[in-house]
Design a protein around this ligand. Structure first.
Ligand code: FAD
Length: 299
C-alpha cells in the first residue's frame, strides 16, 4: 500500500496556511499528526495533491492558562501533551485521563487535538469532555478569526463548520466555577479500542444542590451531542442517586445510536443510562477526575 504523490508545504505562519489553502482549494489538505490523514491517503479513501503541514507552527503547540480567559490548548497539542500537562492535571484531570485512554503511546505522541476534532468522528474521545467543559474553538481564515462553541462545531459524521480555507488554531476552556468533570470511555478492549459509548459530564454544586450540569455523549449520535433533557432534569435539584438515575434515563432517550459491529443501538442506549449516572456521580463526588476505561468484561 503506497502513499500517492503529493506536494508538501510546511509554512512558517498560520496566515500562510490559509493562503495556501485558498490558492490550492479542494486539492489541498492540512496535515497535523497524520494519524488519520496518512492512513486514509494510503487506503485511497481520500486523495489530495497538496499537503500543508503544521509542523513549523510551534505557537499552535502547548497548553497555557490565561487569567480571565481560561485554559488555552493549541491545535497542534498532542494527546500525550494533554496527559502530561501540569495545568490540566491540576485543573481538569478529566481531560488528561481521557487522552490517556486514547489509542497507544505512539499515536498519542503524534495525534493532535486539532486533528481529533476536525476529523469529526462520532466516537472520538476528546470532543465529549471538551464539550462538557464548555470549550470554544478558535478558527482562522482569510477573513480573520472567529470562535465557535465546540458543541456547534460538528455538522455530521466527518463534517464540521470549518470552511475549506480555514484552520483551527486553539481550543479554550473558559474559567468556570465547576465542581467537577469526568469522562468515561466504554470500549470493547482496554486499550486501542474506539469508544462504543463515551460519556462526559461537568457539574457545579451549591451545597447539596446541582446548580449547573453539562452532559456530552460520544458514539451515540451522528455528532458528539449534549444531553440537554438530562441536564434539565438535574439543575436546581438536590443530589440523590435516584435523580442521577433519572438523568441517565433521559440521556438514553435523547441519544440516537446506530447498531454496528461494536454494539447494538439498544445496548448503546442502555450503556448511556449506566455511564451517565456514573459520570455524574464521579463529577459530583470526585472533582475533575477521569475514569479508567471500562470494557465489556468490567474494569
Ligand atoms: C491506531 C489508531 C488508534 C486510534 N485510537 C483513537 C482513540 O482511541 N480515540 C480517538 O478519539 N481517536 C483515535 N484515533 C484517531 C486519531 O489518532 C485522532 O483522531 C487524532 O487526534 C488525529 O489527529 P492528527 O493530528 O493525527 O490528525 P491528522 O491525521 O493530521 O488530520 C486529521 C484531519 O484533521 C484535519 N486537521 C488537523 N489539524 C487541523 C487544524 N489545526 N485545523 C484544521 N484542520 C486540521 C486534517 O486536514 C485532516 O482532515 C486512532 C487512530 C489510529 C491510527
Amino acid at each position: 500500500m503506497y502513499t500517492p504523490d503529493f506536494d508538501y508545504y510546511a509554512p512558517q505562519t498560520v496566515q500562510e496556511v490559509c493562503s495556501l489553502l485558498t490558492q490550492f482549494g479542494s486539492k489541498a489538505k492540512i496535515l497535523s499528526g497524520g494519524t488519520d490523514l496518512m492512513v486514509k491517503l494510503k487506503h485511497g479513501t481520500i486523495d489530495y495533491e497538496v499537503l500543508i503541514s503544521l509542523k513549523e507552527l510551534n505557537e499552535l503547540k502547548g497548553i497555557t492558562y490565561q487569567e480571565g480567559k481560561g485554559v488555552v490548548v493549541g491545535a497542534r497539542t498532542t494527546h500525550n501533551d494533554l496527559v502530561n500537562s501540569d495545568i490540566l492535571n491540576e485543573k481538569y484531570l478529566s481531560i488528561s485521563e481521557a487522552a490517556h485512554h486514547m489509542a497507544g503511546n505512539q499515536i498519542r505522541n503524534i495525534g493532535t487535538i486539532g486533528g481529533n476534532i476536525v476529523n469529526a468522528v462520532p466516537s472520538a474521545d476528546l470532543p465529549p469532555i471538551f464539550i462538557a467543559l464548555g470549550a470554544i474553538v478558535t478558527i482562522l481564515g482569510p477573513e480573520g478569526e472567529r470562535t465557535v462553541p465546540l458543541e456547534d462545531f460538528f455538522t455530521g459524521p466527518g463534517k464540521t463548520v470549518l470552511a475549506q480555507n480555514e484552520i483551527v488554531t486553539y481550543i479554550t476552556i473558559p474559567d468556570q466555577p465547576t465542581t467537577g468533570s469526568n469522562y468515561i470511555k466504554f470500549g470493547l478492549r482496554r486499550s486501542g479500542a474506539l469508544a462504543v459509548v463515551g460519556v462526559a459530564s461537568s457539574v457545579t454544586m451549591e451545597g447539596n444542590i446541582i446548580k449547573d450540569a453539562r452532559i456530552a455523549l460520544g458514539a451515540v449520535a451522528p455528532v458528539p451531542m449534549r444531553a440537554k433533557n438530562a441536564e434539565a432534569a438535574l439543575i436546581g435539584k438536590e443530589y440523590t442517586d435516584e435523580l442521577l438515575e433519572q438523568a441517565g434515563v433521559a440521556a438514553s432517550q435523547e441519544c440516537s445510536p446506530i447498531s454496528d459491529i461494536r454494539g447494538s443501538a439498544e445496548y448503546r442506549r442502555d450503556m448511556v443510562r449506566v455511564f451517565t449516572k456514573r459520570s455524574l456521580k464521579a463529577s459530583i463526588t470526585k472533582g475533575h477526575s477521569g475514569e479508567h476505561l471500562e470494557t465489556e468484561h468490567g474494569k
